[in-house]
Ligand binder design. Structure first.
Ligand SMILES: NC(=O)c1ccc[n+]([C@@H]2O[C@H](COP(=O)([O-])OP(=O)(O)OC[C@H]3O[C@@H](n4cnc5c(N)ncnc54)[C@H](O)[C@@H]3O)[C@@H](O)[C@H]2O)c1
Length: 358
């Protein structure tokens, strides 16, 4: 393996500029060799602004010319599968943004393509690299909670529809709304904490009460309601999931809704529970541990080691280190696929108005 690894970024939008490109640059002996975007002017602008030597109008020509060691897939969700497979077949290890794919079968094809190519595939569930979330994982893994049996997961925005009228709110391009876009993060954390048990059944409801009325817009993406804008995805979704090991989960996610916003994840065990809640507990120590002493109920903050740099920096650093040392990524393709499997079942359940068995 060469000492310096060369990365190429497919899609020069928000997550490329704010997450992946700075992330690669934070890692020693990694350089960003090229960026491409079907909006070629955008690719050229980002290359100029960020000092990237090459810009291309499409992934195929970039991959053929640059032959990168590492590839980032930072395009609208519907293109994750074809771009990931193309980059793997061109010999790159791939970091694909979340959600991994629109459909479980597509995600499995991506996993297979990585195996066939003998390359590492990881998915951008970067919240696993928040130091408090990592500390929460360690607490659970230590066995302090006893037998885990219930999870309550919630990622709610009061007014945060991204890119109204862009690909984000178009079902053909995004595949889904709030649950697929942000619910996927809290679901990935929950599955990680639980050790990825096999899901058995999913029952869900989805709503679109704000988007179709041009309400609930977030402070980023399109800052207006374009005429004829398409909104055919969920702006709130809620689900109940049963797992093979007897654990159950309730989960909800919203882009918009009349209530407080925030991320809250509670794991209940027979001997203790942990809760991530940056609204109730504050940003400093957002994870608390709940248990019972001889004569009292106890609650204590879960300490963690704050690290400089963003969760994208840590995600990319850990992935690259694994590649250099022949280790699988923390977030495997199979785990990215597990998130898609459950959310796809939620959408099927909501459309059918009944429970879906997996
Ligand atoms: N990890 C996170 O928390 C996080 C945050 C934001 C976005 N994302 C994900 O990142 C992906 C991109 O989101 P974004 O906010 O950067 O979107 P964006 O709209 O800002 O950027 C997407 C870019 O991809 C380009 N593009 C579209 N099709 C292409 C193709 N076939 N080849 C090359 N370029 C193409 C577009 O022209 C655009 O510039 C999405 O999957 C989104 O879910 C993840």
């Amino acid at each position: 393996m060469p000492k310096t690894l060369r990365a190429a970024v497919i899609g020069a939008g928000g997550i490329a500029v704010h997450g992946h490109i700075p992330g690669y640059r934070s890692v020693p002996d990694v350089e960003v060799a090229a960026v491409c975007d079907t909006n070629f002017e955008r690719a050229r602008q980002v290359a100029r602004d960020m000092g990237i030597p090459n810009a291309y109008p499409d992934a195929a020509s970039m991959l053929a010319a640059v032959k990168p060691d590492l590839g980032s897939v930072c395009v609208p969700n519907v293109f994750h599968k074809p771009m990931t497979i193309t980059a793997l077949q061109a010999g790159a290890h791939v970091l694909c943004e979340k959600p991994m794919a629109l459909h479980y079968a597509d995600a499995l094809d991506m996993v297979q393509a990585a195996k066939t190519a003998g390359r590492s595939l990881t998915v951008g569930h970067h919240t696993r690299f928040y130091p408090p979330a990592a500390a929460m994982y360690d607490y659970i893994a230590s066995g302090k909670l006893g037998e885990l049996y219930y999870v309550k997961a919630s990622y709610l925005r009061r007014s945060g529809i991204p890119g109204y009228g862009s690909w984000f709110t178009n079902k053909d391009l995004a595949g889904g709304g709030a649950m697929l876009d942000i619910g996927c993060h809290i679901l990935d954390l929950a599955l990680w904490f639980l050790g990825h048990p096999r899901p058995l059944t999913v029952s869900a409801s989805t709503f679109a009460k704000f988007g179709p009325r041009a309400k609930g817009l977030g402070g980023w993406g399109a800052d207006h309601f374009p005429a004829g804008a398409r909104f055919d995805v969920d702006d709130l979704a809620t689900a109940f999931v049963r797992f093979e090991n007897g654990v159950t989960m309730t989960i909800d996610a919203s882009w918009a809704g009349h209530g407080t916003d925030g991320q809250r994840l509670q794991i209940f065990g027979t001997e203790g529970g942990v809760e991530l809640n940056d609204k109730a507990f504050g940003k400093e120590l957002p994870v608390h541990y709940f248990a019972e002493a001889a004569d009292a109920l106890t609650e204590e903050p879960v300490p963690y080691q704050a690290l400089p740099g963003s969760s994208y920096d840590h995600e990319i650093a850990a992935w690259v280190e694994g590649i250099r040392n022949g280790r699988p990524p923390l977030i495997t393709g199979e785990q990215g696929a597990a998130v898609v499997q459950i959310i796809e079942a939620m959408y099927l359940s909501a459309a059918a108005g009944k429970e879906v068995r997996l």
